[in-house]
Design a protein around this ligand. Sequence first.
Ligand code: ADP
Ligand code: MG
Length: 245
Amino acid sequence: MDTNYKAGEKMSSLIEVKNVSKIYRMGDEKIVALNNISFSMEKGKFYCLLGTSGSGKSTLLNLLAGLEKPNKGEIRIKNALISKMNEKQLAKFRQNNIGFVFQSYNLLPMLTALENVSLPLTFKGENKKVRDKKAKALLKAVGLSERLNHRPNQMSGGQQQRVSIARAFIGKPDIVFADEPTGNLDTKTSKEVMELITSMARENNQTLVIVTHDIEIADYADYVVYIRDGLIEKIEKAMEAKEVL
Ligand code: ADP
Ligand code: MG
C-alpha cells in the first residue's frame, strides 16, 4: 500500500475527502448517511461542522478520524490514505496524528484524571515519569491541578470534559476532532470548554474540527462547514462573514 507523499507530487491539503459515501444497511433499508461528498481542510484552521440532528455530522467525523470506513471514496490525511488502512495501521496513525473529544467524555471510569490523561502516552511507549509530568502540566493548563486523583464519577461534567480535552491534546496531535463537546454542558461551562479547546489548538497551530448543532459554536471557527442530509451544502469563511457585520 502506498500512503506516503512522493517527491514531485502536488502538495495537498491536510485533509482531503474525495467522493466519499457512507451507507448503513438496516435489514432491507438503506440509509445514506453521506452522499458522495468531496472537500478539503487546511492545516492550523478551526472548522465547525454544522448541521441538524441526523444530517451525517458524527458519521463524517468518525470517518475523518479513521474510526469508521467509507463504503466509497478516499480520505487522505497528511497524504496518507487512511480510508484504506487496516486496524493496526489506523491505530498507529491515530496515536501519532489525531486527538478526539466525545460528547459523553468517554473517560475510563476506573482510572484517575491523571491516569486517563497519560494513557495515550502509555501506548506511545513513554516512561511513567515523563507521562506523569506531561499529564500534570496539561491538567494544570485545563485548571484541574486539584483533581489529579479524582475518578470520572467524582467530577462534574465540565471537569470530565476538561480531562478529556487534556487527553486529546497530550500527544500533540496535528488534528483534534470533537463531536458535540459541549452537548452535555450548561451555557457557562460550554463557553469555558470552547475557549479551552480553541486556545490550546491555536497555541500549537493544530487543526480543529468540531461537530455541533449549536450555531454559537460557529462564532469561534475560521470556517463553517454546513452539512445537510449527507451533503456538504457550503463551506463559509467565518471571519469574512463577521467582518461584513
Ligand atoms: P448527526 O451526527 O448529524 O446527528 P449521524 O452521522 O449520527 O448524524 O447519522 C446520520 C444518519 O445515519 C442518520 O439518519 C442516522 O440514523 C444514520 N446512522 C448513523 N449511524 C448509524 C448506524 N451505525 N447504523 C445505522 N444508521 C446509522
Ligand atoms: Mg452526532
